[in-house]
Design a protein around this ligand. Structure first.
Ligand SMILES: Cc1cc2nc3c(=O)[nH]c(=O)nc-3n(C[C@H](O)[C@H](O)[C@H](O)COP(=O)(O)OP(=O)(O)OC[C@H]3O[C@@H](n4cnc5c(N)ncnc54)[C@H](O)[C@@H]3O)c2cc1C
Length: 245
């Protein structure tokens, strides 16, 4: 490609950034991925890797690493909607994979970061990007620093923002916001051992839901509140409950 030190710089190196860095590096590009976090580390997410996501990991040769680290497959899900309505079934296979997985992000993100490095990408952890550099209306790179070190500038033909919900990259380029919604509910999750689950279980009642899925490390990750499209406790009643507590 062009004159930058790197072909591509990816800001953020979790599921989106590390996977992008890995795929581009596998194509032979010079890739730098940076993240202000260190890996393994956690982030807020309730872990469900749906079947198409698991199929991608399989395609990339990484699903075996997830299972070798003790992440059990979930082939069945039981959905109890209340009032005696229960749906119980198996996931249809997608690209040869017939299960979803619920790995902790400490594991999933680390597998992807390691795979990016194995593919030849340079991954800098503990590196916070503070601004993008530009020439005219073209982004040319990043400025940032590793913890306690002086700021450096790195250049690339393409800078990709995979830096999450409050993306510095999106702000810097004035990316249009869409589908914004006010906070309406909350979710919490915790880890339990000794819960006898055979697959995923979801229970929904008016205004709330709870789900249990097996994860690595301990037997189950249990979640209350909304996951995906399940309604959770409205934020207003959460605030009321906290005031009462
Ligand atoms: C409560 C909850 C439950 C969820 N449950 C699920 C689920 O079950 N299944 C599912 O598929 N999704 C779930 N999601 C969504 C999922 O967490 C996100 O879609 C996913 O984490 C986005 O990944 P990402 O790599 O784009 O960004 P992130 O995971 O947010 O990673 C962004 C990275 O960018 C880094 N970064 C940010 N700014 C900078 C900077 N200036 N310099 C350097 N690094 C920077 C951060 O350190 C971070 O590591 C859930 C989300 C929430 C909030």
């Amino acid at each position: 490609m062009g004159a930058g030190r790197y072909d591509v710089i990816v800001v953020g190196a979790r599921v989106a950034g590390a996977a992008t860095a890995m795929l581009l590096a596998r194509q032979g590009l010079r890739v730098l991925a940076v993240d202000r976090a260190r890996f393994p580390s956690d982030t807020i997410s309730s872990h469900q890797l749906q079947v198409p996501g698991a199929a991608l990991l399989h395609q990339w040769g990484l699903l075996g690493k997830l299972t070798a680290a003790g992440t059990p497959p979930t082939r069945r899900v039981r959905f109890d909607a209340g009032g005696g309505l229960v749906m119980d079934g198996q996931f249809p296979a997608y690209d040869g994979v017939d299960a979803m997985y619920s790995p902790r992000r400490t594991l999933l993100d680390s597998i992807l970061v390691e795979a990016a490095r194995e593919a030849g990408a340079e991954v800098r952890e503990n590196f916070r990007v503070t601004q993008l550099t530009a020439s005219g209306n073209r982004i040319t790179g990043i400025t940032g620093s590793a913890r306690g070190r002086p700021a450096v500038t790195e250049t690339a033909d393409l800078v990709i923002g995979a830096d999450g919900k409050r993306s510095l990259v999106a702000d810097a380029v004035g990316a249009r916001r869409y589908r914004e919604r006010p906070v309406r509910s909350f979710a919490s999750y915790s880890y339990w051992t000794g819960v006898p689950v055979s697959g995923g279980e979801i229970y929904q009642r008016t205004g709330r839901a709870v789900a249990v899925f097996p994860t690595n490390g301990t037997r189950s990750g249990a979640r209350t509140g909304p996951g995906g499209r399940w309604p959770g406790t409205p934020a207003s009643s959460w605030t009321r409950s906290r005031r009462r507590a």
